[in-house]
Design a protein around this ligand. Structure first.
Ligand SMILES: Cc1ncc(C[n+]2csc(CCOP(=O)(O)OP(=O)(O)O)c2C)c(N)n1
Length: 356
């Protein structure tokens, strides 16, 4: 899929994206597959638990979109920031969060990554620089801007990936964020996960000015399109954007084309689309596509694939068992984790002097 260059200013930007990536070892290649398998099997376990009413709140699954989270996050450094919307399980796992803490969060247990108080939409792991999991459509886009601002202000060399769905592209805060990202030259990459549907509304019914990547032009930002069913394409294209952010502190808008196989959430039977449409996309399944490629490259055979798949299933089952056995949050913790404790608030002189 071609890179879309939307800015004349960034003319050097499209050259040789693969040169920006270090040579991958066979082990590195297999690791991408392992991560995608883990997300797929984890999500299937979560679906089972939701059907059993062990997960009682919302549960938005990522099945079909695995290559997108895995490919983009695979090019980051550990201290780079990641923030996304409510369909966040895949990003959290790709960022290296503990599957047991993630499953326990879905079960609303005290051992969960947000101590059982956030659920499916609010995975969080500050140590991994994974800043959620946000339920307000588009609400994470100005928050991502703030993370990138902080990285630039501190000069720590970090970049931020901020994901949003195609249903968030017309939200005002997103456009305000794009404007400031370009104006202040922040090291942020906004990644539209275009899975063609926002709940039951198709992209064609909700958005003018397609393709979505064109929105970059209004802010004189670079724009890149990637094939979200192909983990290698996602990696190569994201590497371009990360390079631009890291070396020139320039933002990028990426549109990555993908597809969700399941309903919007576990309570959505998905009757607004046909089985044929879903089957058509499954022909380009990101895991099966990558599996065939690794076999062609001689890196993997069928027994190895089965073994990796069995490992992913085992980790997911262990996460389920851990979540089931874990305790509920204590009632006394109800008022904790709401406001920043007094002693952790920075002194006044360290606040409000960022932009002049
Ligand atoms: C501001 C706001 N408006 C409406 C909603 C209700 N809502 C929840 S998810 C959703 C659809 C978003 O779709 P998209 O951004 O494409 O993400 P996807 O579900 O495809 O990952 C809507 C309208 C909300 N959570 N926040």
């Amino acid at each position: 899929m071609p890179t879309t260059k939307t800015s004349q200013k960034k003319s050097s930007f499209n050259e040789g994206s693969t040169k920006l990536l270090p040579q991958q070892s066979p082990g590195d290649r297999l690791d991408l597959l392992k991560q995608m398998l883990l997300i797929r099997r984890f999500e299937e376990k979560a679906a089972q638990a939701a059907t059993q009413k062990k997960i009682k709140g919302f549960c938005h699954l990522y099945i079909g979109q695995e290559a997108l989270a895995v490919g983009t996050i695979s090019v980051l450094n550990p201290h780079d920031g990641v923030i996304t919307a409510y369909r966040d399980h895949g990003h959290g796992l790709a960022r290296g969060m503990c599957p047991q803490a993630c499953m326990a969060e879905l079960f609303g247990k005290a051992t969960g990554c947000s101590r059982g108080k956030g659920g499916s939409m609010h995975f969080f792991d500050a140590k991994k620089h994974f800043y959620g999991g946000h339920g307000i459509v588009g609400g994470q886009t100005p928050l991502g801007l703030g993370i990138a601002f902080s990285q630039k202000y501190k000069g720590d060399g970090g970049v931020t990936l901020c994901y949003l769905g195609d249903g968030a592209v017309n939200q005002g805060p997103f456009h305000e964020s794009l404007n400031l990202a370009a104006l202040w030259k922040l090291p942020i990459i906004y990644i539209i996960e275009n899975n063609e549907w926002s709940m039951g509304t198709s992209l064609a019914r909700s958005s003018a000015g397609l393709p979505l990547v064109n929105r970059a032009q209004a802010y004189d930002m670079a724009g890149i399109v990637a094939d979200g069913m192909d983990v290698d394409d996602v990696r190569a294209k994201t590497a371009e954007a990360v390079h631009l952010a890291r070396t020139e502190s320039q933002p990028t808008l990426m549109e990555i084309k993908t597809y969700r196989y399941r309903g919007h959430s576990m309570s959505d039977p998905g009757s607004y689309r046909t089985k044929e449409e879903i089957e058509k996309h499954k022909q380009h399944d990101p895991i099966l596509t990558y599996r065939s490629r690794l076999m062609e490259e001689g890196i993997m055979d069928n027994p190895t694939f089965d073994q990796l798949d069995a490992e992913a299933q085992k980790i997911s089952q262990e996460a389920y068992d851990f979540a089931e056995k874990s305790p509920e949050p204590e009632l006394e913790t109800l008022w904790e984790d709401i406001f920043t404790p007094e002693d952790q608030i920075p002194p006044l002189e360290h606040r409000g002097r960022f932009h002049r």
